[in-house]
Ligand binder design. Sequence first.
Ligand SMILES: CC(C)(COP(=O)(O)OP(=O)(O)OC[C@H]1O[C@@H](n2cnc3c(N)ncnc32)[C@H](O)[C@@H]1OP(=O)(O)O)[C@@H](O)C(=O)NCCC(=O)NCCS
Length: 401
Amino acid sequence: MGLTIRTLAEEDYPTFHAVLVAAFLDDPHESDAADERPLFDLDRAHGVFDGEEMIGTAAVLPRDLTVPGGPVPAAAITSVGVKPGHRRRGVLTQLMRAQLHGLHDEGLEAFATLWASEGSIYGRYGYGVAAQVTDLRLPRGAAFHPGVDVGDERVRELPREEAMPLVRAIYDRVAPTRVGHLSRTQASWDHHLADEERHRDGLTKYRFALLPDGYAVYRVKISWTDRGPENEVNLRELVAADDRTYAALYRYLLDLDLVGELRYFTGSDDPVFHLLRNPRLARRANRESLWVRVVDLDRALVQRSYLSDVDVVLDVADEFCSWNADRWRFTVKEGEATVRRVTDEPDVALDISALGAAFLGGTRLTTLAKAQHVRELTPGAVRALSHAFVGESAPHCPEVF
Ligand SMILES: CC(C)(COP(=O)(O)OP(=O)(O)OC[C@H]1O[C@@H](n2cnc3c(N)ncnc32)[C@H](O)[C@@H]1OP(=O)(O)O)[C@@H](O)C(=O)NCCC(=O)NCCS
C-alpha cells in the first residue's frame, strides 16, 4: 500500500508522540506526552501513514522570530521523525513538501526555521545556516577589563515561582530586540525550563538570579575533586535589557564560590568575550544553530530591515519550491526592501538556501560567495548585497524547539 500524508487530530496525538520518541531512540516516559501536548496545534502537525500505521511526523509551531527590524511570524519546525525501519524511502521529503508547499499555498508564515539533529539533512530542502551557537567555557573568577560598570545593585536568587513572572516580563521586553529570539507561550516556557529529575541529566534544579532588568537561569553540575571543588555553572539563559545588567549577571556567575568553570551555549558573538581582560580564557566551539528556509521570497524579504541601500537583480534557483525560481529585482531604500519579478539581466545568481542563510543578518553573502554558494555576475554586486543583509549583531536563538 502507498504512503499517505495528512494533518493530525486529537486521537492521533499519543501515536504522534510515540513515533517521535522512537525516532529519537528514546524511551517513552509516561508524563512527557501529556506535558508536551500544549506545545502543539495538531492541525499544523503532519503524519505520514503506511496503510493505517503512522510512520513519520513533523509539526509547525507558529511563533514570532525576531529578525533585523523586529519580530515577524515564523514557522518554527519541530518534531521531525521517521520510524526506524521506514527510512530512506522519501518520508521526510514528503513531510517537507507538505509543510513548505502548505505554507505557500495557504499564504501562512513566509519563512520556516529549525534546529537540525544532523547537519546534513536540511540543505537539500533549501534551508541555509542562518545562525551559530557557541559552546562557551569561562574559568571561575575571569576578570573583566578595567572600567566595566556592573552597577551596585545586588543580584537576588529567587525561588522558581517568584522568579518566573519577572523572568517572563524581562524576556518579553527584550526578545523583540534580539535577532534570533522567539516569542514564547506558556507551553514553550514550561518545555524550555522543564525541571523534573529526568530532564536534568544529573545536574541540580534551575536557579534563578535576578536584577531589575535582567536574569540568569542556571543549573550546577556538582563535582568535587582531590584538589577541591570543580562545580560547573551550566547557564541556560542570560537575558538583560542593558549592558550594565548584562555584565553584572556574568560577574555574579563568574564569582560564585566553589565553581571551576561556567558553561553556556550562547550566541556566536556574545560580548562577554570582549568584557574579559584576558579573552584567551574563553574556550569556544561553534556549530550551526538556526536554519532558515525562505518559503516565499517576495513575502519574506520585505519583512526585515536592511543596513544599506542596494538595487540588484537576483537569479534565484529553487528546486524544491519552484515558485521562487526566477529573476527578482531586489531594491532597498532607507532600510526597506521591495521585491519584484523581472526579466532583466541578473547581477547575482544564488540558491534560495543562501537567502535563508543571510536572512537573519548573521551569514555574510560575501562568505557564501567564497564558499561557492553565490555567484557574482556584475562586479561589486555581491559586496553591495552582502552589506545590506548584514545585521548589527549575530543572531542567537537561546531555545531549542
Ligand atoms: C532524518 C530523518 C527524518 C530522515 O527521514 P527519511 O524518511 O529517512 O528521509 P528521506 O528518505 O525522505 O530522505 C531524503 C534524503 O535525505 C537524505 N537523508 C535523510 N536522512 C539523512 C541523514 N540523517 N543524514 C544525511 N542524509 C539524510 C536521504 O539520503 C535522502 O537523500 P536523496 O534524496 O539524495 O536520496 C530520519 O532519519 C529520522 O527520523 N532520524 C532520527 C530523528 C531525526 O534526526 N529527526 C530530525 C530532527 S531535526
